[in-house]
Design a protein. Sequence first.
Lengths: 114, 115
Amino acid sequence: GAVVSQHPSWVICKSGTSVKIECRSLDFQATTMFWYRQFPKQSLMLMATSNEGSKATYEQGVEKDKFLINHASLTLSTLTVTSAHPEDSSFYICSGGGGPNEQFFGPGTRLTVL
Amino acid sequence: AQTVTQSQPEMSVQEAETVTLSCTYDTSESDYYLFWYKQPPSRQMILVIRQEAYKQQNATENRFSVNFQKAAKSFSLKISDSQLGDAAMYFCAYRETSGTYKYIFGTGTRLKVLA
């Protein structure tokens, strides 16, 4: 299957700083990418749908100003956690491509906010 | 709104035995996709098997098969000849066939394989 990469794989930051996570489709073009959040021992919760060249669509309860999503090209979507706090510590996963019957997931990014 | 329920937080199976993981879902749509994903300790999501709702035949992939009951909105995963490498979190997922094609995941079942 196609490959989705995420960078960084693990980031530790101080409370109040902003962190950017990159999601790249390496061998396909993705007009739509999805961002998920996964707390320990819990399921993947969809945060937002990232659309190339347009604004992201956020799920109910997700703060748009807190989690900034940019999808400037067909191979790159970024998630910026602004003014991060310890409660934002989580595992963030992106996915994209493959059509309706398949989706390629990135390896995830572990964010720890001190 | 669509929902996906996995009622078994944890399951155990002896190596070489068979285990069935349960999943129920709720939707008003007639066409959709259902998936089982495996998430090992590395946290990388791995597709195990998928089922298209308009297909009556149950999907199979080697040792993995599903029992898809559309009327009952049930989608269970059977793992035959369980192996130590099957130990992982398993997520059932629903995906719409129109709009944004977003996934809705169940809460997961942790599968332990006993040697």
